[in-house]
Design a protein around this ligand. Structure first.
Ligand SMILES: Nc1nc2c(c(=O)[nH]1)N[C@H]1C(S)=C(S)[C@@H](COP(=O)(O)O)O[C@H]1N2
Ligand SMILES: [Mo]
Length: 427
């Protein structure tokens, strides 16, 4: 659990954007002229439309079984399927400990979970940010055993999709946003074990000139809106890559499950889920800024109040959720112990307040969780009368950020942080 403030990507991104616009950047699948022609607004619309379309899966490379979208059983009491994804049901956390067990951890797949042979698997580093600038087809390689021989580290980190809570832009604010209509279940905390990305980068010959690292997934190419955007990949600034990023091969004490990136994934604490590339294979380390559709077209902040060309998206927003069914039934006059969790990408949670209909009052924070990536809390409530009640929880993090009543919208519906109104019925 890192308490140092996460490196801010804004300055880096501004530089990266200038270079991109000046044509100084490269990157397969980044059609700069195409995107520039469209302009920021059009790019957002295209992305929006694309996200609504069913996913087309490109033909898998010979010898690779494209697999099914999600491999683990989707128990209806634990997970809710959403297209190629599945979100955790918050009731599935009731009575659980700090981490989310693997059987109920949310899955976000752009295409499908691939079947990879761990013996044949290699991490392949290349690019101008490494000594001798190895080419893509003559990379510095690490096998799974090589990584396991390096010093192992454990990190309890939160993973959350940038679109988590998106449905509340529609349901609470009447500001519909395209894309997967996540409730609040696109989030989880796990105990990850692996090797620091920084350790591997240095062994691979990292130079002082490196500015970006781009891990690339081995799942099938992402095809949307009639265009093949290539493999899922997103550049990571070198400062974050050398900070607290892990190449994980275990999740909650088990080998990384297939759906969560077996044999190895990237884990980028505090940052939007797309940074944490699963099934990582090739990894470009570059002395010039890198681009992909996942930091130019998707996972960027478009809309009013955002800079032309879109704003940076890196650190997750602040949220709270009750470990309770939507429209749960409670008994009039009988005390219930309401449980929930709050989290923020900017740092640990300092304070949580709950409103059960008669004003805000402090929730009791679970002491053992203080300083961690999320915070469990409880509040006692005796429903005073039959009928429909609305429960609300709002958190404050260590930076002083508080959940607002209304989230500031953006075209692609990322980073919802508003207070969610959770209905229950007392009878
Ligand atoms: N290779 C690859 N990595 C990926 C994705 C993907 O589709 N392919 N999805 C990303 C997104 S958008 C999120 S939110 C997280 C989800 O991780 P999980 O499925 O383990 O919960 O993985 C990220 N890494
Ligand atoms: Mo995501």
């Amino acid at each position: 659990m890192s308490r140092t403030p996460p490196p801010q990507e804004a300055g880096h991104d501004a530089r990266r954007s200038r270079q991109w616009l000046a044509g100084e950047a490269h990157g397969a699948g980044v059609d700069r002229d195409g995107l520039l022609e469209l302009g920021a607004a059009m790019a957002a619309l295209t992305a929006a439309a694309a996200e609504r379309e069913p996913v087309a899966v490109a033909a898998a490379p010979v010898g690779v079984d494209p697999g099914t979208p999600i491999r683990k059983p989707l128990r209806p009491d634990l997970l809710r399927p959403l297209d190629t994804n599945a979100e955790m049901r918050w009731t599935a956390l009731a009575g659980q400990g700090y981490v989310v067990p693997n059987d109920r951890f949310f899955v976000r797949n752009h295409t499908v979970t691939p079947r990879l042979d761990p013996d044949a698997w290699r991490l392949r580093l290349f690019g101008t940010g490494l000594r001798g600038a190895p080419a893509r087809d003559t990379p510095v390689e690490f096998g799974l055993d090589d990584l396991r021989r390096l010093p192992a580290e454990e990190s309890t980190a939160l993973l959350e999709c940038a679109g988590n809570g998106r449905r509340f832009y529609t349901d609470q604010q009447d500001e519909p946003a395209p894309g997967v209509a996540w409730d609040l279940g696109g989030v989880g905390v796990a105990r990850w074990r692996g090797v620091r990305l920084g350790t591997v980068l240095r062994l691979a010959g990292l130079t002082g000139d490196a500015v970006d690292v781009m891990p690339e997934g081995l799942d099938p190419d992402y095809v949307t809106g009639g265009r093949n955007l290539g493999r899922v990949r997103r550049p990571l600034p070198i400062a974050k890559a050398l900070d607290d990023v892990l190449l994980a091969y275990e999740m909650n004490g088990e080998p990384l499950p297939a759906d969560h990136g077996f044999p190895v994934r990237v884990v980028v604490p505090g940052w939007i889920g797309i940074s944490s590339i699963k099934w990582v294979g090739p990894m470009e380390v570059s002395a010039t800024p890198l681009f992909s559709p996942w930091n130019t077209q998707f996972y960027r902040m478009f809309g009013p109040g955002q800079p032309a060309g879109g704003g940076t998206l890196a650190v997750q927003s602040i949220k709270s959720a009750f470990e309770l069914a939507w429209d749960a039934r409670v008994t009039v006059g009988e005390e219930v112990l309401l449980r929930g969790r709050s989290w923020s990408g900017a740092g640990p949670i300092d304070r949580v307040e709950v409103d059960t209909g008669d004003g805000w009052r402090p929730a009791d924070l679970v002491a053992a969780d203080r300083g961690g990536p999320w915070q469990r809390w409880t509040v006692r409530w005796r429903p005073p009368a039959p009928g429909r009640w609305v429960l609300r929880a709002r958190a404050t993090d260590v930076t002083g950020a508080v959940q607002p009543d209304r989230a500031a919208p953006n075209d692609l519906g990322y980073l919802f942080d508003g207070v969610v109104r959770h209905p229950v019925t007392a009878g």
